[in-house]
Design a protein around this ligand. Structure first.
Ligand SMILES: [Zn+2]
Ligand SMILES: [Zn+2]
Length: 246
């Protein structure tokens, strides 16, 4: 029998600081593997608050793009792992151009040379690959950030498949067309809600048959009125995908 897959929302806020929500961070846990999408402001805190059992099981981190609300939790996450005496290797996937900047920042604040684990950097690009045992990741560009002439930066949405389940996680996007065809067959579709019309997201999810829709990347003060066919994420929200499928 397939193991259940846990999805834990560690940061559901947007680009504006929010007293109720942290910066973007979503954890997909399966077996002994934690797959973290983005490391927005406060992710170290929300991890120890809501999912401490996953702290040392996160072995893959994917940063979807280089906006502050998706990366500024990284130093405290590294600090947390340092405090835990982490030894497990970490795979970090970044769009081209981000690696040198991010890791020189970590070196500068003494979180580079003192860390006790190996960090493998990988380039996030449009492709399908297997970043963890038993998990495939499909990444594709959307129009949220312009790609530089040398191919640097850009913003990537992801589809993750593990334990026979498909989870689609939008990055920040500007048009729902960037997800067309990708949501099909999704057991869970996690969509941002700040840069696009939620009605378009729900229409796409319906037409492509997504089983469950979660709306995240919520601006401060948003009323989060109930919408048919989706739920609004909050920091600490947990889903078991086996339950969703059953
Ligand atoms: Zn954002
Ligand atoms: Zn952004």
């Amino acid at each position: 029998m397939a193991q259940s897959v846990e999805v834990i929302f560690l940061g559901t806020g947007s680009g504006r600081p929010d007293p109720e929500r942290g910066g973007s961070a979503t954890l997909i846990g399966h077996g002994d593997n934690g797959f973290l999408i983005d490391a927005g402001e406060g992710v170290g805190r929300t991890l120890v608050q809501h999912a401490p059992e996953w702290t040392d099981r996160i072995n893959t981190l994917v940063i979807t793009h280089n906006h502050a609300d998706h990366i500024t939790g990284l130093p405290m996450l590294f600090m947390l792992w340092k405090a835990h005496g982490r030894t497990r290797p970490l795979d970090v996937w970044l769009p081209k151009g981000m690696g040198r900047a991010l890791f020189s920042w970590l070196e500068t604040i003494r979180l580079g040379e003192v860390r006790g684990w190996t960090c493998f950097l990988h380039r996030l690009a449009e492709r399908t690959c297997t970043p963890q045992d038993g998990l495939t990741m499909e990444a594709w560009l959307n129009g949220h950030l312009p790609v530089e002439k040398d191919g640097s930066f850009g913003s990537y949405s992801l589809a993750v498949e593990t334990e026979g389940l498909r989870i689609v996680h939008s990055s920040d996007i500007n048009e729902v067309e960037h997800l067309t065809g990708r949501i099909r067959g999704a057991d869970l579709f996690i969509s941002e809600s700040m840069h696009i019309d939620v009605k378009d997201v729900l229409a796409s999810a319906r037409s492509e048959g997504a089983q469950q829709v979660v709306l995240t990347h919520v601006p401060p003060g948003h009323p989060c009125k109930p919408v048919e066919g989706a739920v609004w994420a909050y920091d600490g929200m947990k889903l078991s995908l086996q339950d969703v499928k059953d």
